[in-house]
Ligand binder design. Structure first.
Ligand code: COA
Length: 424
């Protein structure tokens, strides 16, 4: 049986941050009812690659959900919302600040309707503080949460990371909060409000940079490959440094294309065997005993020279060959994998992390799989819903509405977009 079987979620989330969370909960077995604006989640039509089909942006973030469209700007739509609220364990949203309040449903109102319900909200900056009224997208959160200022090289501009730590990262944080609050509600009968701000989520993921921020008040950061000094104040961008006490870097390999790199961590314990392996080929048979690299302290001081030597050795090897040389020496390392590498990787396929699905509008497509593996209830991934595909089903099965009630609501415009005003 699925871990979250029996848990029903009223999912008002859109774009990426919220849908990441509700997709994970759906993969764990929750009945996620995607409660959409009659025009649909904007991502359905964003970056379309197949005409008239839901975009990959939408299909990759909304699997295993049911879709119902409800016009929250109509009185009848609001009654459907209230009826659903009473039947759900969780409600979640990631609208811009104040949207739910404008609908007339503050958290106080929602818990009055269903005291057991847990409510999850993602905001760019939370509901308090000087930034509370601002909207946010991924890169805004990366900019403001400390990620961009610490990513890149000191002389270059700040960079965003390829991983969506602002959106998807915040969705993960919300999932943890919702599951904790749900557990508490099941013991106490009382729900609570779970808020995750994207900026807070990014700061949480940049924790080690704040470790270094405080270390700078006492001295330099000796493991950094770029200059640092006591009292420097802000943590500098440090390229591909490992981020821990061990030295790490990306090494360029044959045939020196864009992704022909191997990331290597020269752990304290492996230097001797690494030096003995590469030294002779570099014409330095005594490398392991060279005083420039004898201790971790010396290697930190002379790391540019150490990386030059390792890069020189790597010139003759592909990233996979170098990996095969280093793995038996216990040197932690990994090839820089392109999206093409990953989509074709045997390990990735074997772990169900690149999953083929079928979709009535777009045909065959792939989704990244479920990264959390539960031994007794593995995820079964199903395609995303079409817009409003389950409106009737949910109204009948969850709310017990009959055909005449549904018909009356339909004619009142509860599930459709208001007609556009005729141009004058
Ligand atoms: C992502 C974001 C910037 C998008 O901004 P946006 O496109 O202007 O959308 P908003 O969430 O502010 O507003 C949604 C609108 O749809 C309307 N809407 C939503 N669901 C509706 C429904 N079922 N029926 C009728 N109207 C609906 C809302 O009323 C609102 O319109 P309003 O401004 O007239 O009240 C914003 O939602 C946001 O900051 N979210 C929080 C942070 C976040 O999650 N960001 C990352 C997203 S990946």
């Amino acid at each position: 049986m699925e871990a979250l079987k029996g848990i029903r979620i009223l999912d008002m989330t859109h774009v990426q941050a919220g849908p990441t969370c509700s997709q994970l909960l759906a993969w764990m077995g929750a009945d996620v009812i995607k409660f959409e604006n009659p025009q649909g989640d904007a991502t359905r039509g964003q970056l379309r690659d197949v005409p008239n089909a839901d975009s990959l942006y939408f299909t990759m973030l909304n699997c295993n959900k049911r879709s119902i469209t409800v016009n929250m700007k109509s009185a009848e739509g609001k009654t459907v919302f209230v009826d659903l609220l009473k039947k759900c364990d969780i409600i979640m949203e990631n609208f811009g600040p104040g949207v739910l309040d404008r609908f007339g449903f503050s958290w106080d109102k929602i818990r009055e309707i269903n005291p057991r319900i847990v409510m999850g909200s993602i905001k760019g900056f939370g509901s308090s503080g000087p930034y509370a009224d601002f909207k946010a997208y991924e890169n805004v959160a990366q900019a403001m949460g400390g990620s961009m200022s610490t990513t890149g090289v000191p002389d270059g501009p700040p960079f965003v990371t390829g991983a969506q730590i602002g959106d998807s990262g915040t969705g993960l944080h919300l999932a943890i909060g919702l599951l904790a609050a749900l557990h508490q509600a099941q013991r106490t009968g009382k729900g609570q409000y779970v808020e995750v701000a994207m900026m807070d989520g990014v700061m949480n993921l940049c924790r080690v940079k704040f470790r270094d921020h405080q270390r700078l008040t006492r001295g330099d950061l000796s493991e950094y490959s770029v200059p640092t000094y006591k009292g420097m104040g802000e943590v500098p961008r440090a390229g591909n440094d490992s981020g821990g006490g061990q030295l790490g870097n990306a090494i360029h390999c044959k045939p020196h294309g864009a992704n022909d790199w191997l990331y290597i961590v020269v752990q304290e314990a492996v230097w001797d065997s690494l030096a003995k392996r590469i030294g002779p080929e570099l014409g330095m048979p005594e490398l392991a005993k060279d005083p420039h690299f004898a201790s971790i302290g010396e290697r930190r001081k002379n790391q540019q020279l150490m990386w030059t030597l390792i890069n020189k050795y790597a010139e003759k090897h592909t990233k996979r060959e170098l990996m095969a040389i280093l793995n038996p020496l216990n040197v932690p390392c990994g090839p820089i994998m392109s999206t093409e590498d990953l989509a074709n990787d045997e390990h990735v396929r074997g772990r169900d992390m690149w999953v083929e699905l079928d979709h009535p509008q777009r045909g065959k497509w792939f989704n990244v799989g479920m990264p959390i593996k539960l031994s007794d209830s593995p995820a079964v991934i199903k395609r995303s819903p079409l817009l409003g595909e389950h409106t009737d089903e949910v109204l009948k099965e969850v709310l017990g509405y009959d055909d005449s009630k549904i018909g009356a609501l339909k004619s009142s415009g509860a599930f459709s977009a208001p007609p556009k005003k005729a141009a004058k």
